[in-house]
Design a protein around this ligand. Sequence first.
Ligand code: MOS
Length: 755
Amino acid sequence: MADIGIGANAQRVDGREKVMGKPLYGADRLPARTVFAAPVAATVGRARITALDTAAAERVKGVLAVFTYRNMDRLKKVDFSFAGGQAIQSHLPMQAPEVLYRGECIALSVAETPEAAREAASLVRATYDEQPFAVEMTAAGGTEVVQAKATPWFPDFVKGDPVPLIDAAPVSVDAVYYSAAQHHNPMEMLSTVAEWREGGLVVHEGTQAAQAMKMGLVIALGLPEDKVRVISPYIGGAFGQRGAISPHTILAAVAARRVGRPVKLTVPRAQIFHATSFRAATEHRIRIGADRDGRFVGGLHLVRSQTSRFDLMPYTGEETTSRTYGWPAFRGATTLVQLDTQTPGFMRAPMEMASFFALESAVDELAEKLAMDPVELRILNDAKTDPISGKPFSSRNLVRCLQRGAERFGWSQRKRAPRSMQLSDGTLVGWGVAAGAYPAYITPAIARIRMHADGRVELSVGAHEMGQGIRSAIAAVAEEELGVPAGRLRLLIGDTIVPPQHVTSGATGAATVSIPIAKASLRLRQTLAELAVKGGRTVFAGVDPTMTRLRGGRLHLPSGESVSVADIFAGARVHHADAEASGTAPGMSPDSFKQAALGKVAFFGPEFPTHVSFSYIAHFVEVRVDPLVPRARVTRMVSVADCGRVLSRRTAESQLLGGLVWGIGSALSEASEVDPRFGGFLNNNIAEYQIPVNADVRSLEVELLDTPDLMFSEIGAKGVGEVACVGAAGAIANAIYHATGKRVRTLPVRIETLL
Ligand code: MOS
């Protein structure tokens, strides 16, 4: 393993400053004269406001304004990000007396102190004319929409007709699986500091999508593009929740303009559950038919997923299930169910978490019927080429992940029958396995590099650091390509002064930005070689830049010749050298950079013109279940991932570990309880929304195969963050079945389910 550059196990570049509490998160910046805003949430499921009393709120000492739909500016609509816009949802609160869902913001107080703002907010009184609403997919009142008809750009995934093949198969499963809605509960609150300077707007906020936030503000407030800047150097947790502009950001910007002071708006912890997106509740019917040897003859994956009344949040999880096994025939299709909530969105492995709980549970059920080892069944049915397009995979090492994981876990010691691995005290032990996959995407990014004579390097690129470690991955690439130690690298990301800041999501971050960084670095080495020639070093004339290497402040040739960068600059009489490059994916249209500049999403993959690309993982899990109080505990997880080339080992492994923890949460505790009486979600706080704590997380082991996928990109790195938790919940549920003999098809699996 290298000790510097790509693949090294270097420390996080921001680790030290983070543990010292030094980085300033978006809303840690308080410009002089900042005032504070507090939102008021609707307490009804759907209604028309008939009276709003703000008099008492306005009388609170220090209150500057109380905004409601009556006095709020009329704003232009920003479209939903997955309908060609920039917003987390198209509906903007406080524009009309209608309340479309519980928790919608109906008023915003602004005051000299946060306390005064909160007190004022608590005194706003609304009277409602309540209307019927629906918040449960399983109850009446939802409106079903066939996704492929309503939004044909999210098609079904079809190869032949699997149904007659499954009907005729000697062995088959047909089961329905459910997953609960979930909410992100990040450490950093949703908060905005909006500041107007010389007619322009500067917004400080932790976001994964600075460009979308900027353009959303440009559209909503009707501002010129050059008058808005969004700055997001760090994010204290995101994973989909901050992938587009949320209503509170727009409201904060308007409030700041109206009161003529910078405004800080922090969404209270309990309002997070209704203020922005969440993971939709889903339902999956899975049918698999197999021959007597276990070979799949067909697969069916029918999804119902919730969305809002005003946006069609896509569900595309069948894209991955359809491409994971060598299905001779397959059909995957989605029905969206419109309910009276805010628009659901993306949350770590947004579609794949639930899809692979369903698929991998069904595969386990099939293995049971076939009396086959579930690892063997998966290996037997591994896809050799993409079943949907017929194209080859750029690389695919799922079988190696399964084999390596089985070896490391000690899978061969497993007794096949359920309930057969009890401990002497009666504790039930279960071992489960599941595979996971996640599409590999590339998004538009431009890297700009300036190297100074003293070796300092400034690098800017479109990227957002949400704790996943993208700064460390970028530093590893820069060290490899430019020989610059992390301490001499100044990195500018998450700031719209260096566009395009395309959304960092879908595990595109490091895998995407490393492409233009490597390309720009190559151009920089070419420039250095040319400058060296200019300064009289003729040995550098006409060299192929790919053969050069920058190490220790010197440009090296394979022949052993080298020259210091300082000498190059002195000889050519320059102070610095610049290089710029854009990273593209095969098949990416030049238009995608325009899209990205407009703050719109421009994902390429997983199907490219000549190949199909995914990241893969295999999870092996041990659970223990107390037979008296049947609480399942995950005692051991071993997961092996194939994410192409590893850029930063420390942060990639860390992403895998985090993904497993999310898997434990999804499998055993995390559920946003729907409230059919008042709408919205009931357990809207982190006391009652159960996130795994240390006691829930025992032994986790992760391994990366580190096999570069050079067909996917020149760098060969694919995404890590999302695939980490794909299949984890399935493996846990399968282990619970193995421990208890009870097949649970609903997430999360709780004590009452196992009683
Ligand atoms: Mo991700 S859930 O696309 O940040």
